[in-house]
Write a protein that binds this ligand. Sequence first.
Ligand SMILES: Cc1cc2nc3c(=O)[nH]c(=O)nc-3n(C[C@H](O)[C@H](O)[C@H](O)COP(=O)(O)OP(=O)(O)OC[C@H]3O[C@@H](n4cnc5c(N)ncnc54)[C@H](O)[C@@H]3O)c2cc1C
Length: 509
Amino acid sequence: MNRNVVIIGCGVAGLSAALQLARKSACTVHLVSDMMSERSQSCLAEGGINAAIGPGDSAELHCEETMKTGCGLADTEALTAMVSAAPDIIRELDEWGVPFVKRTNHSVSVRRMGGQTCARTAYTENGIGRQIMDVLIQQARKYESEGKILCYVNWTFRALAKQDGCVCGAWLEHLDTREMRFVPGQVIMACGGLNGFFGNATGSTVNTGIAAALLFADGVLFSNLEFIQFHPTTLRLKGKNLLISESARSDGGRLFVLRDGKPYYFMEEKYPELGNLMPRDVVSREEYSLIKQGFQVYLDLRGLPAKTYETTLAGIVSDCVLFAGIHPTKEPIPVEPGIHYFMGGIQVDKSHRSPVKGLYAAGECACQYHGANRLGGNSLLGAIHGGKTAAEAVLRSEFSIPNGSFEGKPPVPLRHFRMEPLQSVMRAAMGLERSKGQLENALDAVEKMSVPDEVRLFSRAILLSALNRTESRGSHFRSDYPNCDPAMRKSSVVQCCDGEIRFGWEEKS
Ligand SMILES: Cc1cc2nc3c(=O)[nH]c(=O)nc-3n(C[C@H](O)[C@H](O)[C@H](O)COP(=O)(O)OP(=O)(O)OC[C@H]3O[C@@H](n4cnc5c(N)ncnc54)[C@H](O)[C@@H]3O)c2cc1C
């Protein structure tokens, strides 16, 4: 029987799931997104994608370093599957035409990113995200022309449709006409991170987080929402922080502050082993403590080989000149930590199934591989592998949903509202340092805001997750609980039941 599958989001995770479904079976894939693939956040990725293919590396070491960076909160079985699949994923992308930088023997070259003791990150000369997306889009067009993938661009997710507690489709709203449409199928969420709840992130503003809020209010379980990665090298612009990729430090960039008029290379002094390439949470917190003392942190890219500016750093150099009038070859770049990645999200098992039958999630909207903090280069990998894994789980599932009408009523459209005041409250409370007082004040403030109930509930769920984690772990730092508590090596889980938020913990094996 022909299966229908609805995928919400056409970034790297959504496309990966769509391709896996389209090439493997008699499947109709409904690929939905409020913007075309070319505008998805995945296209912004700059640094690279991880796989243990370099000298001295192994899947075991990749797994160990991911787990260490994630402070013990990742799922070992799922992680082992991801790191084992990574070399094949690179091989496939290479075959499809991603122009990876190669070594003289034509094998894919890798470089070292933060938190890694080995060179493990495959890269391209110009924006890895864009290059990967180009080939995935090209592959998807082939199936689109065969009618296996149906694209719904300019449609936004509004609600799950359920029958007997199982997901049987999704309600979509057209962004221009406001038409509400039901599309049948099991549903894979691939709608990216929660940038819209915070603003000033390095990621795309298209990722409003509203889809997540709607799911949460509908009872879908979320996990580890307190873990938000701050990238240590972002350049503040109006309303957005521009990412200066970790690859800049991998290529020789150095962080410093001016102390008594002289550069003080604080990361190199304090962490001689990994220096500027310590995990992101460590670098961000070091910067934050200096910023609190009144220092301006700089990233120094001067004096690197000319070829580096023309190749791997070309995008960074042109972005700095274009958007900030800063010439990184001649002057240091003022940087600060900025919101970059959401480790938490829809809770899924190792097959990317949510506890709701017929609902799956992959990519940044899912909580899976990264625990309390993400290793640079693991996100594209997790999104591609996660998309494939979710697709495989759909194909293995016993129930399929035929074409047809659905008797349920369409959801009421969300009323128009502004995110801006909410974003300020969320940013202030969920910063690099959090405390009970700040989080409780934010919970009160959110309660009084004029936002839809779904948005209020989800904001509260994020704040409660941070309030209840009374320890510091990975990206979550509590000034009132500065130490890691081994007894809290657990994932937080949060769910909305009849308008009430229920909070709990899940033990890690
Ligand atoms: C500047 C930058 C650089 C990065 N560099 C790297 C890197 O070098 N290596 C790495 O591994 N990771 C990197 N990352 C992280 C990585 O790019 C992302 O985590 C990853 O691409 C997420 O892919 P995704 O498919 O889950 O989501 P996205 O690519 O964000 O796609 C989300 C999709 O969902 C759609 N959508 C959202 N909301 C709705 C809705 N309500 N209804 C319908 N559709 C919706 C969007 O239109 C989009 O199509 C970087 C991130 C940024 C911001």
